[in-house]
Design a protein around this ligand. Sequence first.
Ligand code: 5AD
Length: 359
Amino acid sequence: MTSGSDKYFVCGANSVSSVIEELKTTCTLSDSQLLNILSTDKYDQELFSAADEVRRSVYGDRVFIRGLIEITNYCRNDCYYCGIRRSNEQAERYRLSADEIFSCCQEGYALGFRTFVLQGGEDAQCTDEFICGVTARLHDAFPDCAITLSLGERPESSYRAMYSSGARRYLLRHETADFAHYAKLHPSSMSLENRMKCLSALKKIGFQTGDGFMTGAPFQTAHHIVKDIRFMQALSPDMIGIGPFIHHRTTPFAHCPDGTLSLTLRLIAILRLIFPKALIPSTTALATLCPEGRILGLKAGANVVMPNLSPRTVRKKYELYENKAHGGMESAQELDALKKAVKEAGYKIVVDKGDRAGF
Ligand code: 5AD
């Protein structure tokens, strides 16, 4: 280490390697050490290779795939960053039927998917009865598959019913762990308290629980990100979704700058070091920002990709952000191309449910 980098880490650890070691073993880095790592790209290569080493020690070269089915773009919420927010009158709304969802899964199963992620806005018509009916039918027809739901905030009783019908994983990003920042991203009808309540209910019920946030969200500072990491350390999520904020022309944040590839990759690496066993996707948002993003995400410690398995007719309509990728390697039907790219990067897509290690 040069004396320059020794000086950089002023709090406790005295070299990049020891900071990385501390991230890996004790997670006792101070806030200012985390801030230091977050705020420079100087140590990225070391972070990425340490994260890759950790990921390989837990998951080897295996990359899990999830078939993402976007079941509805109706949403009662009005998040300022999201393209399917209630106020977007230009959005062409759709909702898939139970049969349509089922045929997506049939197609996905044949392609080699063993996890189906049913994601949607908070749609009042997606009742427990509907979701549990679909989940039970999928669970029955594909007993060797995992069903993941990502349908926003719901009462604990609803989550319990979903678990009883066979769903075993749930994705719900906390978005930001800072109350004031949360209020800048969401209308006052939404609260971080409720988000936290939902996440702890999901954990309590026994779901493999997915958390996450956007990098480079409007008004986000490095201090917020440190809070996000602390929040995650308390929650201990099984899955962690990190993707760059990307503006959408119809939202109040239409003119805000997008998040960056470099901060997103750095965070993936940091989170891999802190959570060795987590399932971390290289997200669609990352691939949208930069086509190589998907593979760079894997090289920085991610071990999951989630190609789009929605009917082609609706893919364009689930536009959370501008130009959201849904063709090419983001498409489940182009899995061969993705397999090839992943192989060239030194990893291997597997036909596997892909539970979190040790779950
Ligand atoms: N840019 C990037 N990610 C977004 N999401 C919603 N809107 C955007 C955007 N404009 C993310 C949120 C949400 C997930 C489903 O998609 O973090 O939790």
